[in-house]
Ligand binder design. Sequence first.
Ligand SMILES: [Zn+2]
Length: 336
Amino acid sequence: MPDLTPLRKLSAKLGKNLDLVQAGGGNTSLKADDTLWVKASGKWLARAMHEEMFLPVRQADILRCMEGDEEYVEEYTTSSGETLRPSVETSMHAVLPHRVVVHVHSVRAIAWAIRTDMPAALSDRLAGLRWEWIPYIHPGLVLGKKIRERLSSKPDVLILGNHGLVVAAGDCDSAEALLEEVERRLECPVRAPQPADLDGLAEVVPAGYRIAPDAEVHALALDSFSVDVAARGTFYPDQCVYVGPAVAILDGTRSFVAKFGVLPKVLLAPGKGVLVADDLNRAGREVLISLKRVIERLDPAIAVRALEAADVSRLINWEAEKYRIALASRYENPER
Ligand SMILES: [Zn+2]
């Protein structure tokens, strides 16, 4: 068995950085001999030093499943007796030839990856790196296959449209250095928020909701550009998985329910702040923070693309995601 300590240390470090990883999102892997050690689905990278979460998957088995167009859904029992499945993105990790692969939901990358002027918009910033643009495609097997089609340029960096970022390298230190370099190049000015009106917000809280406990997310409701973008729908997979298909505007709950068939988990009170459903869990709170950090980096002059309704319903009804959500509830209060 290879020494997984460097992978676990790197994973825990990335997992504690909300700009890169929220809740059980993101995944890392290391290849040794014929085995891919890949993060288990639903596990929080932040806990990588405390929990067993890397599963030994035979590389050949994953590639054979891909040939047959099947998701790899084998279950593994850890030495502590927990039954786990490999990450839904296992095929992505398997097709990349690098020894170490890191996939994160970087808010800096997503703020670019939802723009309609991609990939041209990044050609200057990423010049000199070997990178590829992968337009949005459903996560899992189909994403892995799409990535495999784009490997002829030997990319070390993938910008995943409406999804996130992948970096790959020969060892953990190189992967971390590459991630830092890409993050540095993707940084954009952050729009300063207007002040929240918490007294006004307290007067409009409907039953079943509360004032958002993470103060920074109020920025989503405090200028008309942020409200317009946030209310448009889902911009990346974990958003609809953990926060619902869109955020709603206060007083728009009825039309939201008519459109989506569920109650909103997040209500924007324009000019005042943000309300969240009483049952919005830790994972939802972290993903909502990421949405705020994406939107504050957008340039109002550049159009952005939300996911299509069909993409969103495919994500919400995806069996693999239901499994991941069920596991997320086991980790309500991990230390970060
Ligand atoms: Zn992802």
